[in-house]
Design a protein around this ligand. Structure first.
Ligand code: FES
Length: 131
């Protein structure tokens, strides 16, 4: 049996939504201290919908495939749906990851949460300045 599913290989070779959103209103960066890999997520949120998402991942193939799949899963979704995305859901959508690579999908979940937290922090600050 192949170690990696075809979906993992596909998202690793042709990652979707790679890049930077200049006017993102939520940005999150996380890293894994053990392997040193880093993932950065950019969200453009309009009316509580994730209208655009891009990522930069300096990491292993599973981390790249996980971030690519995670962006596909949250694009066009409401904010609260994106918050519920788990690393298991990302791994399942990729038709599985080897056990010792599951932590790579955790980075994708954490990067999205970090970007959503950043968005919420920024939008509560702008709420205050409106008053
Ligand atoms: Fe570091 Fe995969 S080995 S995220």
């Amino acid at each position: 049996m192949a170690l990696y599913s075809e979906k993992v290989m596909d998202h690793f070779r042709n990652p979707r939504n790679v890049g930077v959103i200049e006017d993102a209103n939520g940005v999150g960066e996380v890293g894994n201290l053990k392997c040193g890999d880093i993932m950065k997520m950019y969200l453009k949120i309009e009316d509580d919908i994730i209208s655009d998402v891009k990522f930069e991942t300096f990491g292993c193939g599973s981390a790249i495939a996980s971030s690519s799949m995670a962006t596909e899963l949250i694009k066009g979704q409401p904010v609260e749906k994106a918050r519920e995305l788990t690393n298991q859901a990302v791994a399942e959508a990729l038709d599985g990851l080897p056990d010792y690579k599951m932590h790579c999908s955790v980075l994708a979940e954490e990067a999205i949460i970090a970007a959503l937290d950043d968005y919420e922090k920024k939008s509560s600050v702008s709420d205050l300045s409106d008053k």
